[in-house]
Write a protein that binds this ligand. Structure first.
Ligand code: SRM
Ligand code: SF4
Length: 559
């Protein structure tokens, strides 16, 4: 374990050591009827099991004034490697959202499901029932390898299937082995913990969260460079030749602490499909052994690499592997967006990708999205694919079943992709208020209103059909990947955001901070002339982010 002599371990390291492989006193805390909460230490441990204690921040002040404890509830994150689930699993997620949570489902930026508003008394039963569906929640959060993302590439489905199966193998290989999960949530008999319980992680797990994604060029929908480990599938002569290896991406930062920053990963080489699970394991092991366990704000792989250098990292990885990576192979990405509407895959099956605003599946007035998707799941024989852009792809629809699915999309008014502006369809917002404990400003609940206004600006500039990728988060942690938005808005305080501009549309260039704190009026005052200028001066096919970078020296962002 890497720990400079003069530094103490961070508090979380002690919690992990004392936890007996993530058991802690979680079971006792769940059984305590006096409070809706669990202890602070157990709250750190339940993250590894895929659940976070939260409270309703809209009600916090009111409850405080009534001398009531906050309205505690739990968020549960369900792991869905590669984002693919069956219609039966979708129906179960829907049912549990109604019976145990707040009647909505959240499709996350990492292709997982989230439930919000699960009370402590329902938590065990809910997680048990999630497991009954064949999905689980272990390692959906915590200092371990998280949900492994994979491209949702309908038109390339022959390669998708193979690449997806590698993503699943990596996910399985790096899933924590502790018996704590089965004991706490599934009622398994307690076992005496032994050292071998976590052969890869050991009892202190990783210094910090760890994220992996697999992409199939030319699509970079997974935002590969933002992951600790990215694997780029290389196709040669119609076959999967192997994977380029990218390390050290990550976005978390803290306002006014420049030593924290978003970083894109470095391309360090290539491995064959048969080597890829070992590569993933050893990248994790190098970070396990060298990551900074004294400071959680400096504990991600990106800092290990920046502190020691990418050449050091590659050499150490090869040392752990006992063999060398091959030189990286040629590839190119052209976009990070989803392909909306109906697409036919190479096997003749159909895929409908539907825009889900900020990933929230709910029934709203005149927009019964949740009900419509339930009806579709009841007749659908293919799969559902949660996209990394918080959208949903109804996958593997047989040609003879397409008309029936289309009929339901129309009946429930969710055939939405033709009606919405290109910029709305390229937008994404993190959860933020009222559930996220770290939110400083609104995100999911506000972005749609801002886009209503920006739609007007875009239409006036004659750009109604041109997308500008806009991403918003309620704080600098970057859960909606705003640093890869052509326009990124990062919550600073209620109603105020940092404005970041200029990321590339294929996810290989970060945006740059242009304004520290702007409100809606200022955002519109800055963006309106810029968008008009873009409409008048852009080169043919030039995306907004590229235009911003090219013309940075030509304009001033006057408020
Ligand atoms: Fe995230 C923490 C939601 C993707 C970086 N994230 C949180 C928590 C759990 C807040 C907390 O710690 O109390 C949020 C729960 C809010 C809620 O009420 O649901 C939260 N993160 C999300 C989701 C649901 C946003 C969404 O709208 O979809 C995404 C769930 C993904 C999943 O299924 O696993 C989500 N989070 C991301 C991403 C994007 C990605 O991974 O592609 C990032 C940036 C990439 C990265 O990790 O560097 C991200 N989340 C963070 C961080 C900053 C980490 C860091 O290195 O500093 C935190 C805070 C932390 O870990 O201390 C955080
Ligand atoms: Fe919460 Fe911040 Fe993540 Fe948004 S970016 S979900 S506000 S931690």
């Amino acid at each position: 374990m890497n720990l400079p002599d003069d530094k103490a371990l961070s508090a979380n390291e002690g919690i992990k050591v004392r936890s007996n492989y993530l058991r802690g006193t979680i079971l006792d805390g769940l059984a305590d009827p006096v409070t809706g909460a669990i202890s602070a230490d157990d709250g750190q441990l339940t993250k590894f099991h895929g659940t976070y204690q939260q409270d309703d921040r809209d009600l916090r002040q009111e409850r405080l004034s009534q001398k009531l404890e906050p309205l505690y509830s739990f968020m549960i994150r369900v792991r869905v490697p590669g984002g693919i689930c069956s219609p039966a699993q979708w129906l179960e997620m829907d049912r549990l959202a109604q019976s145990h949570a707040n009647s909505t489902l959240r499709l996350t930026t990492r292709q997982a499901f989230q439930f919000h508003g699960v009370y402590k008394s329902n938590l065990r039963d809910c997680i048990k029932q999630i497991n009954d569906t064949g999905m689980d929640t272990i390692a959906a959060c915590g200092d371990v390898n998280r949900n492994v993302m994979c491209n949702v590439n309908p038109e390339q489905s022959h390669l998708h299937q193979e690449v997806y199966s590698w993503a699943c193998k990596i996910s399985e290989h790096l899933t924590p082995q502790t018996g704590a999960y089965d004991e706490i949530w599934l009622g398994a008999e307690p076992k005496e913990p032994v050292e071998a319980e976590e052969p890869i992680y050991g009892k202190t797990y990783l210094p910090r969260k760890f994220k992996m994604a697999v992409a199939i060029p030319p699509s970079n929908d997974v935002d590969l460079y933002s992951n600790d480990l990215g694997l780029i599938a290389i196709e040669e002569a119609g076959e999967l030749a192997g994977f380029n290896v990218v390390v050290g991406g990550g976005f978390g930062r803290t306002h006014a602490e420049p030593e924290t920053y978003p970083r894109l990963g470095n391309l360090i080489g290539f491995c064959t499909p048969q080597q890829v699970v070992e590569v993933a394991e050893k990248v994790v092991c190098v970070q396990r052994d060298y990551g900074d366990r004294s400071n959680r704000k400096h504990a991600r792989l990106k800092y290990t690499i920046d502190d020691r250098g990418i050449d050091w990292f590659t050499a150490e990885l090869e040392n752990y592997l006992g063999w060398k990576l091959q030189p990286a192979r040629e590839f190119s990405f052209n976009n990070t967006s989803d392909h909306y509407g109906w697409q036919q895959g190479v096997d003749g099956n159909w895929f409908y990708t539907l825009f889900i605003e900020n990933g929230r599946v709910a029934d709203r007035e005149h927009y019964p999205l949740m009900t419509g998707l339930r009806q579709i799941a009841q007749i659908h024989q293919g799969d559902f694919r949660l996209t990394p852009n918080q959208n949903l792809c109804i996958g593997q629809v047989k040609p003879e079943a397409k008309a029936a699915i289309n009929h339901l999309l129309e009946k429930y008014q969710i055939l939405n992709v033709e009606k919405l502006s290109a910029t709305r369809k390229a937008s994404m917002a993190c959860v933020a208020f009222p559930t996220c404990a770290l939110a400083m400003a609104e995100s999911e609940r506000y972005l749609p209103t801002l886009i209503d206004k920006l739609d007007g600006v875009m239409a006036d500039a004659g750009l109604a059909d041109d997308p500008i990728m806009i991403r918003m988060t309620g704080c600098p942690n970057g859960c909606g990947r705003p640093y890869l938005g052509e326009i990124g808005l990062v919550g600073k305080s209620p109603g105020h955001y940092q404005l970041w501009l200029g990321a590339s549309v294929n996810g290989d260039r970060l945006s740059r901070l242009e304004h520290e704190s702007v409100n809606e009026e200022q955002i519109l005052n800055i963006l309106t002339p810029l968008i008009q200028q873009y409409a008048e001066e852009r080169k043919s096919g030039e995306p907004f982010g590229d235009f911003v970078v090219r013309s940075r020296s030509l304009y001033q962002f006057e408020i």
